[in-house]
Structures are given as C-alpha cells and as structure tokens.
Design a protein around this ligand. Structure first.
Ligand code: PFF
Length: 452
C-alpha cells in the first residue's frame, strides 16, 4: 500500500479496479433517483436526447481531460492544478479550480448523504413490509412522515456519513477498491432483476415511449441547463473526483478507452433505471413529474401491489444505497487527499474532519424539508439551492475551466504523451475540448442569464 506516501497517495491495483471505482462514482443517486425525476419534470424524450448529446460532446471529452490531468499531476485536485499550472508557466490561480471542485464535492455530499439516508430508511421500511398492500394515501403519508421528521432523517443521514467515512478511512485499495469490487456487480444484478420485473408487470410500452419519444415543445433553456448540468453530475465531472481517481491510475492504462467504458456504463444504468421505473409509474397511474420524491412516493405503491413486490421493493432501495455509497466515497476523497497531503494528518483524521463538516451541513439540508422549509433564497430551500448551485453552476463551470486548461494551457505534447491516442483520435479530442465543450457550456450559460 502506498496510501501514506504523500507524493503518490495510493494507486489502484489494476485498470479494472479503476473502471469499477470510476463507474461506481459515476453511477449513483444521479442515475437512479435524479435522472428519472428530472426527466419526468422536463417532459421525457426530448430532455433525454439533450442529455445524451451533452454526455457525448461535452462529458466524454472532459472526462478524458480530467483523468489525464489527474494522472499527470499525481496529487489532490488543488495541488495537481498548481503543479500543472507551474509546469505550464501559467497563472498559479488555476489552483482555484481545484478549490472550487473540493467545495462543490463538499456541498454535494451534504445533500447526497441525506437522500442516501432516505434510501436506507426505505430499505428497512421495505424489509418490514410497510409497502405491502398500502394505498396511495398510505405511501404518501409514509414519505411525508419521513420528510416531517428531522430525527429520522438525521439518524439515517448520520448512519450513511459514518459508513462513507469508514470506507474512505481504509484507503484506496483497502477501502475504496474492496467496496466497489463487491457493490458494482451486485448493483448490475439487482438492476437487471428489476427490469425483468417492470417488463412483466408494468406499462412497458408507455414507459419506453415517454423516455425515447422526443417532444421538443417541452424543452426550454432551463431544461437544457438541467440536462447539461446532469451530464456533469452523473459523470462526476468538474469537481476533481475523477481527477483524484485518475491520479491513482497506473501509467500504462489507456485513458480514452477507459473513459468510453465508464461513460457508457453510466449512461446505460440511467436509461435502464428509467426503463425499470417509468413502466411502473404509468401502470399505476402515478405522476411522472412528482419531483425528488418520485421514486420514494411512487415505486413503493407499485411494489406494494404486485406479487413479489416486497422483495423487489426491498432490493430496489438496497440498490440505491449501494449506488450512493460508491459515489459518496468519491465526493469526499478529493478533500481527504488534500488534507492528508497538506495538513500533515493521517487518513483517519482527514475523514473525520471532512466527514463531520459535511454532516453538519447535511443537518441543515434535513431541516430545509421541515423546520426551515419556510426559509428560502431565490425561491429555493437549502436542498434546492445546493443542488442548483452545484449541479447547474459549479460543475459546468469547473468543467469549462478544465476544458480550457487541458486544451489551451497544457502543452499539447504533454497531453498527447499522457493520452497516447492515434493521431486522428487526438485531433478529434482536441476539437471537442478546445471548441465544442467550452463553447457549448458557455452558450448554455449565456442563454440562461438571458443574453442569448
Ligand atoms: N455521479 C454521481 C451520481 O450520479 O449520483 C454523483 C457525483 C459523484 C457527482 C461524484 C460528482 C462527483 F464528483
């Protein structure tokens, strides 16, 4: 283990371990909880199409850049940006990109852990049969009851944070890698079981039609911003998580090939989650645009009325919990790596410090659903504010910065040395990272602030 060596701070044991870990980071609540509800809120197919285009033209080139910068820098995101900027004789302020990333990860984890806590609460509710035979009113009051109870939510949020900290404390190979090796295959098995279930018991065609038939009248600039932000969020881009994972990547692994596998798996899981969820939503006359409570308010109702629904309901929320855990560890890892490498403290202490701070902000998020629900800024409660600020603004902005750095600041010889792509592949990447990705992010921002 090299975890304690500050300069190289750990390494994955193989390419496969990195693929599992990065896919674990990418596949999370974003795919199973968020993608379905924002698709539902934004009218379905057209939104899905915009999201897929963003993944392809913006997400993939930026993911290649982010892994490349991480492996080149060999440090946490702040020091990586500092080192690479100084090697490129560029402004040292590029390190602020690393800072913004670590802060974004911290803000995301604060609410991510609360939602992951809901999934843990629902694992136990499913297990003890709370969904069995319950009608819409009972299921709604189950969810409302959880929302209204700070104690219950803080309990589960705390449990999730403690588990995350426990994993991260054990280091790159002993903690992160061991966990994803077990959880990722389990996640795929559960997802396929659920799809088989939805295909046999749900309004399958209606679900597919909703997901894949674009109706462009439902798309506006805010939907495009949400789709683009979600491409960043779901691929874990723009905040240094993939950069720090890239810094643990052995030198002989092809970054581009690996990126296609990770982004492909992530997109597949989101679409499969949609295919598993919407047929059940429509078969039970539930509301596709129910918002963040979608899967919690709708699916238990479906599960509660179907043969075998008890088991599948229980499995579904375990799946959600697993997916959240393999992502939460990557949300906190950049901050932990920075603390270890700069503050002369060990991994355990670094986890305790960063985890506790996140936990405290998470308590604020819990309260935004009940005691503080009246407290709003720009019409949003704390949860909505953190979500908007991180997914729609900080991650795309971080991604824009990374694209500009990788395409314009870093010497292209170094980039090519690290990527080792065939000439045409490298040129295609350059075109995307220099012009297409930054241009697209910029245009969407201009449109949102009303300039375009
Ligand atoms: N990609 C994760 C998801 O889809 O749930 C969320 C996430 C993890 C975002 C790590 C950002 C990150 F750095």
């Amino acid at each position: 283990m090299t975890d304690k060596t500050p300069s190289i701070h750990g390494q994955w044991s193989s390419r496969f371990a990195f693929i599992l870990a990065a896919t674990g980071s990418a596949v999370g609540l974003g795919n199973i909880w968020k993608f379905p509800y924002i698709t539902g809120e934004n009218g379905g197919g057209a939104f899905v199409l915009v999201y897929l285009i963003c993944v392809l033209l913006i997400g993939i080139p930026i993911m290649i850049a982010e892994i490349m910068l991480g492996r080149r820098g060999q440090k946490n995101p702040i020091d990586t940006m500092q080192t690479l900027a100084s090697q490129s004789k560029a402004d040292p302020r590029w390190q602020y990109l690393g800072w913004m990333g670590i802060i974004a990860g911290f803000l995301i984890l604060a609410y991510y852990s609360v939602i992951a806590g809901w999934s843990m609460a629902y694992v136990t509710k499913g297990f003890f049969g709370s969904f069995s035979g319950a009608d819409a009113t009972a299921i709604k009051s189950l969810f409302d009851g959880l929302m209204a109870s700070p104690i219950q939510q803080i309990f589960w949020h705390s449990a999730f944070m403690v588990i995350t900290m426990q994993v991260v404390m054990r280091g790159v190979q002993g903690g992160l890698e061991k966990t994803v090796r077990f959880l990722m295959p389990a996640l795929f098995v559960i997802l396929f079981l659920l799809i088989a279930y939805a295909m046999s018991s749900g309004a399958y065609q209606q679900g597919i039609h909703f997901l894949f038939n674009p109706d462009f009248s439902k798309i506006n600039s805010s939907a495009v911003l949400t789709a683009m932000g979600h491409a960043f969020f779901t691929l874990s881009l723009g905040m240094g998580a993939i950069m720090v994972y890239g810094s643990y990547l052995p030198k002989d692994v092809s970054i581009a090939k690996t990126t296609f596998i990770i982004a492909g798996a992530d997109t597949l899981v989101a679409l499969l989650a949609g295919i598993a969820i919407f047929p059940l939503v429509f078969a039970n006359n539930l509301e596709a645009s129910a918002g963040p409570g979608l899967i919690f308010q709708t699916l238990p109702l479906a599960f509660g009325h179907m043969t075998g629904g008890w088991l599948f309901g229980f499995l579904f929320f375990i799946l959600l919990f697993f997916a959240a855990l393999t992502s939460s560890i990557s949300l906190i890892e950049p901050a932990v790596a920075w603390l270890i490498e700069n503050k002369n403290i060990d991994r355990k202490q670094a986890c305790i410090w960063s985890g506790s701070a996140c936990w405290a902000l998470g308590v604020g998020v819990v309260l935004s659903f009940n005691a503080w629900s009246g407290f709003k800024l720009f019409g949003k409660n704390l949860f909505e504010l953190l979500d908007y600020l991180t997914a729609n603004l900080m991650l795309p902005l971080g991604g824009l910065g990374l694209a500009v750095f990788a395409g314009w600041v870093l010497s292209q010889k170094e980039a090519q040395q690290e990527l080792a792509l065939p000439e045409q592949g490298f040129q295609a990447w350059q075109l995307l990272i220099k012009y297409v990705a930054p241009g697209a992010v910029f245009l969407v921002f201009l449109h949102v602030v009303g300039v375009l």
